[in-house]
Write a protein that binds this ligand. Structure first.
Ligand SMILES: [Zn+2]
Length: 318
């Protein structure tokens, strides 16, 4: 019997999925909760799929299936970020767990040490693939209700207290946080009203209340939203308006976690890879009420269908 996500602690992972065979069976449970599906033709008729018996002499691995519809063979890793990886599946599972359960993130160097990986590059490759898998499924469905929006700057050196274009070394991140719900974080090339509204319109449902601070860039919010702003410059942090608390505490709390992660764990993140780190932080935020195990399982479900679009990392990337 497989443990439920609630039971899935690091100790569980090590004792119950300590072999690649067990790790593979576990992934099969997560990927195919209703039985094996052919990743090539999506055939789910179990009478038309059979398992090929393991035969080391003929180099037939365990977990190999044959689909009678498309006449192709596959394993659970086909069409996932694990495909063609030489890293043992059990190590992948532990890496996912570590990434999903570390609140401020975990560095690739630490993953390398903890999993005994041969090189830093391997650890980097794994963590980027995991982040990549997390980056996309979050973008389904619109945020609604009361959505707090704020921007912040990460990386580079501080130059004065200016906003927007006054800080050329820094990268702007905008986060949208639905109260009691999910968050989305994006990198903005330039902080303009147009870009800010674009991000809001891409992710927030019409008719929602959008709460921001009093930054000029939000002044002409599209009329499809009920816009409320809190005046930070007048030291007004929370006020009540028509039964709604006007504040941006949730999005600010999320930023402080991100900043502690980037400063404390990743040190420096390149602009190119920042969206991947944001996805990782968003995923942890969106599953903040879950146990570490449940958060890992929901992350593993993102592993499918991500392989083809992942470009190999260039040397020296973070
Ligand atoms: Zn098939």
């Amino acid at each position: 019997m497989l443990p439920t996500p609630v039971d899935l602690t690091l100790d569980e992972i090590q004792s119950r999925f300590g072999t690649d065979e067990k790790a593979r069976q576990y992934l099969e449970e997560i990927r195919w909760p209703n039985g094996v599906v052919c990743p090539h033709c999506k055939n789910a008729d179990h009478k038309r799929i059979w398992e090929i018996k393991e035969n080391p002499a003929k180099k037939i691995r365990a977990g190999l299936y044959h689909c009678a519809e498309c006449k192709k063979q596959f394993t659970v890793t086909v069409g996932t970020i694990f495909e063609d990886s030489h890293i043992p599946l059990r190590k992948w599972l532990v890496a996912w767990y570590l990434l999903c359960s570390s609140k401020k993130g975990i560095s690739s160097l630490q993953i390398q040490r903890m999993l005994g990986l041969g090189s830093y590059r391997t650890a980097l490759f794994m963590t980027h693939r995991i982040r990549y898998a997390l980056a996309h499924p979050a973008f389904s469905g619109m945020l609604k209700g009361v959505v707090e929006v704020d921007e912040t700057y990460v990386g580079g050196k501080s130059r004065g207290m200016g906003r927007g274009m006054h800080q050329p070394n820094k990268t702007c991140v905008v986060s949208l946080v639905e109260r009691g719900g999910n968050a989305r974080s994006l990198v903005l090339d330039r902080v303009t009203s147009e870009n800010l509204y674009g991000a809001i319109m891409d992710h927030v449902q019409d008719g929602s209340a959008v709460v921001t601070d009093d930054f000029l860039g939000y002044r002409n919010m599209p009329k499809i939203y009920k816009h409320k702003s809190v005046k930070h410059c007048a030291e007004e942090y929370v006020c009540r308006e028509k039964g709604m608390d006007v504040h941006t505490n949730n999005v600010e709390g999320k930023f402080s976690l991100l900043k502690r992660g980037i400063v404390g764990t990743f040190h420096q993140v390149s602009k190119k890879h920042l969206p991947l780190y944001l996805a990782e932080f968003d995923h942890r935020f969106n599953h903040r009420k879950d146990t570490d195990g449940a958060r890992t399982v929901s992350a593993l479900k993102c592993a499918e269908g991500k392989r083809l679009t992942l470009k190999p990392l260039k040397k020296g990337g973070k």
